[in-house]
Design a binder for this molecule. Structure first.
Ligand code: UDP
Length: 325
């Protein structure tokens, strides 16, 4: 059984990954500074003797080096995420995403520990050629617009990971996540599904930003966790970049209506201009959908849950943990 280090293991995706790997009998080591993660996410894992966690930042190099040393593989999920957070704390976003990844790769390289680097569909930026294939161009906006710093920092992470593979033969796998959702995701950093569900359950207005015609494709976190562990177990994934997501798009207006219906809510659906929701000059992506043929071909990846089933799970989660309402 492998010993696995998960940076950002108390985050939304990290905690689901921790849970899954523990179920498979692996030893799980987590490092998380709780900037966007929470102890609550891993509360149920704390009593498992195979679960170990350090509440600290990945920028603590001696600690990170020791943890990497103790483990066989690394899932590097620690990052500044969420559009709202990125706009509010741009310095932290750039530093955490670039410096943090640099340290993880440097430590892993000492004994050539395999690393999965979590990237994002944001790197496709303003490219309109949907669905996105892994080798499509990165099209980013002006540096005046803070949003693009996130995509840019993640693109640098990808360049660096691939450079470590090419130049130093460090085994890396780069995965671009597309709107991963499910229980435990918080709306605090701007993510749309937890926001809408909470608003609908409380009877507050459901806030659609822009005209609501922008679309996304949402993937259940369980499908994502399964996909990334299979990629990490496949030698052919090394040195490659993979999209992981769901091929089916939904507009944000349609999503608001579906949330309203599933929750049986009387909430009004309101439209808020981007400038008010985020900042002056904010640019959104109109469409974002992955081409998943590459990951499908290698490991037979297919998402199992559609948006309705995902929303039902999220609603159930909010209702079972009243504290989040
Ligand atoms: N969004 C919205 N209302 C909200 C939060 C987000 O209409 O309360 C929109 C947001 O502008 C974007 C989409 O929903 O067009 C997805 O937003 P999210 O932050 O979840 O993910 P991303 O922008 O990274 O795709």
């Amino acid at each position: 059984m492998a010993k696995v280090l998960i940076t950002g293991g108390a985050g939304f995706i990290g905690s689901h990954l921790s849970e899954e790997l523990l179920k498979r009998g692996e030893d799980v080591f987590v490092i998380d500074d709780l900037s966007t993660g929470s102890i609550e996410n891993i509360e149920h894992l704390k009593n498992n003797p195979k679960f170990h966690y350090s509440i600290d930042t990945i920028k603590n190099e001696p600690l990170l080096a020791e943890l990497v040393d103790r483990c066989d593989v690394v899932y590097h999920l620690a990052a500044a995420v969420g559009v709202k957070l990125i706009i509010e704390s741009p310095v932290n976003t750039i530093e955490t995403n670039i410096y943090g990844t640099e340290l993880v790769l440097k430590c892993a390289n000492k004994k050539k520990k395999k690393v999965m680097v979590a990237s994002t569909s944001e790197v496709y930026g303003k490219n309109n050629n949907v669905p996105f294939k892994e080798d499509y161009d990165v099209v980013l906006g002006s540096t005046k617009n803070g949003r693009w710093s996130y995509a840019c920092s993640k693109a640098i992470d990808e360049f660096l990971a691939l450079a470590y593979w090419r130049e130093k033969k460090l085994p890396v796998v780069v995965v671009r996540f597309f709107n991963t959702v499910g229980p435990r995701q918080t709306g605090r950093y701007g993510m749309v599904i937890p926001n809408f569900v909470k608003q609908a359950l409380l009877g507050h207005p459901i806030t659609v930003y822009g005209d609501g015609k922008q679309s996304r494709s949402f993937t259940y976190v369980g499908d994502v966790v399964k996909g990334i562990t299979e990629l990490m177990n496949n030698p052919k994934a090394v040195g490659e970049v993979f999209n992981i997501g769901h091929g089916k798009e939904i507009t944000i207006s349609e999503l608001a209506a579906l949330v309203k219906k599933i929750t049986n809510s009387k909430s009004e659906i309101v439209y808020i201009p981007y400038d008010k929701a985020y900042e002056e000059g904010f640019e959104d992506m109109q469409r974002r959908s992955p081409d998943i043929s590459k990951i499908n071909k290698l490991i037979g990846y297919k998402p199992t849950m559609d948006i309705k089933e995902i929303l039902e799970k999220v609603v159930e989660y909010f209702l079972s943990t009243n504290a989040h309402l």
